[in-house]
Design a protein. Sequence first.
Length: 192
Amino acid sequence: MLSRPIGALFAALLIAAPLIAVPQDVPADKLVAKYTPLAGSEANAKALVDGLRNDTEVKLAAGSSSASFTPPTGKMGFGNVDNALALAEASLKERGITDPTPEQLKAALVGGTLSGQKVDGVLSMRAAGQGWGQIAHTLGFKLGDVKRADVAQRSERAERAARPERPERPERPERPERPERPEKPERPQKGR
């Protein structure tokens, strides 16, 4: 009598097991790949994504310089991590910094000095209770524009790589003129 419910439970677990075992690192891997150019290396990008995701210390290193910080926001979801890094990247690009050092990246995220100016970091503003739209506005951006620009750049690069040069179209030959229609001959009139 007891074996039937246990068997049913076991069967249900076997059916649900593949759903439970879906890898959770797929979005993390995409974010790491997306922000590797910003972070300077895959290891730095992984440290950023993991640290922001799990509220652990982020250690960044490039050559002889290094920086570390603990995110003031607590644990963040993948979307929040993406927003934070996209806004930090836009903030750095606005100041002409396209290949940031670990210190510059830390300043853009948690606050510090960039190009001789004191800046509030994206994560510090988020921890203070601001929404992503407010943070973007404070930095002089619109969040939608930052996200769209990122998507447009990625799709533009992919299109250029995937699309071969299109050959020139041959000129279309001119159509000959249509001859004029001859006039209809008049019909003889009936019975009048």
